[in-house]
Design a protein around this ligand. Structure first.
Ligand code: UDP
Length: 262
């Protein structure tokens, strides 16, 4: 469980055996599971479990813009609503969206926008609703990753998926994929997102202290980690269609058997 009270932070973020507090090596990702098509009433949806983070994303669009004055005559708009549930963190979160949620919504929107063809959808909106059920560091990255899957699941034309991960520094060492406690008690945190159609970072949000060499090393570490997460995203998308294919084959087999019995 993430500790939020500064006095309660552990003095060291590494164990005696050199591993991180959750047993990971320096550049090891937390376990990540993703699934698409999890919400029937959305145009597209996805779910991610990333370490202790649990997050849903639901997508609607293209659809009419409400309120109307937000509509743009020459292009569509992307609206992202990142929300943390009151019960998602150790200290109850106030239900009304705070400044942090508004900022993260904006950041996720800026990460995702380059992959969408908004110019092809004048006067419409695409809406992404992200609900954090359980949070333990890196929720903006996990949310960006799962939101991009939900957009793909909605069948919205995209230049590529978007993948995000945070890298950083704790007790003088560079690490990949900060947990909540590492994020809070560490020296630096660098959430990064990558758009794969041009292999460019669409997010670099630095917080803390590190040298330029360390920063450059962090970008290399992030790139390696992002490739692994990208593979998991592609697997999650493929799995949905493999499951559909299997269900159709089973149904066809059943139909054939029934016909044979008649
Ligand atoms: N957090 C919390 N209460 C809050 C906001 C955040 O306990 O009101 C925790 C949560 O675990 C979150 C972590 O602090 O994942 C780091 O938050 P940050 O703002 O750095 O965003 P994130 O790392 O989740 O993108």
């Amino acid at each position: 469980m993430t500790l939020l009270i500064k006095d309660e932070y552990p003095e060291k973020l590494f164990r005696e055996d050199g591993k991180r507090l959750d047993g990971r090596d320096l550049f090891e990702l937390r376990p990540i599971k993703m699934e698409v098509g999890v919400i029937d009433n959305a145009d597209g949806s996805a779910y991610i479990e990333w370490g202790n983070n649990k997050i849903y994303a639901a997508v609607y669009g293209p659809r009419e813009v409400h309120p109307h004055h937000l509509a743009k005559p020459d292009r569509g708009i992307l609206r992202v609503f990142y929300r943390m549930s009151t019960f998602s963190v150790f200290e109850r979160k106030r239900p009304a969206p705070g400044r942090r949620e508004k900022e993260i919504s904006m950041i996720i929107g800026e990460c995702l926008e380059p992959v969408l063809f908004l110019e092809l959808y004048p006067g419409t909106s695409f809406e992404v609703f992200i609900q954090v059920i359980d949070a333990d560091g890196g929720t903006r990255c996990a949310s960006t990753t799962v939101a991009s899957l939900a957009l793909a699941d909605a069948g919205i034309p995209m230049r590529s998926l978007v993948t995000a991960v945070a890298v950083g520094k704790i007790d003088g060492k560079l690490i990949v994929d900060l947990s909540g406690i590492e994020d809070k008690a560490g020296e630096a945190d660098l959430p990064c997102a990558m758009t794969w159609f041009n292999n460019e970072f669409s997010l670099l949000q630095f917080d803390g202290d590190m040298t330029l060499e360390e920063y450059n090393e962090c970008l290399d570490l992030a790139t390696e980690a992002l490739k692994k997460i990208y593979d998991l995203q592609k697997d999650a998308l493929k799995r949905k269609y493999i499951d559909i294919q299997e269900r159709i084959s089973q149904q066809n087999e059943k139909n054939n058997q029934e016909r044979g019995e008649e």
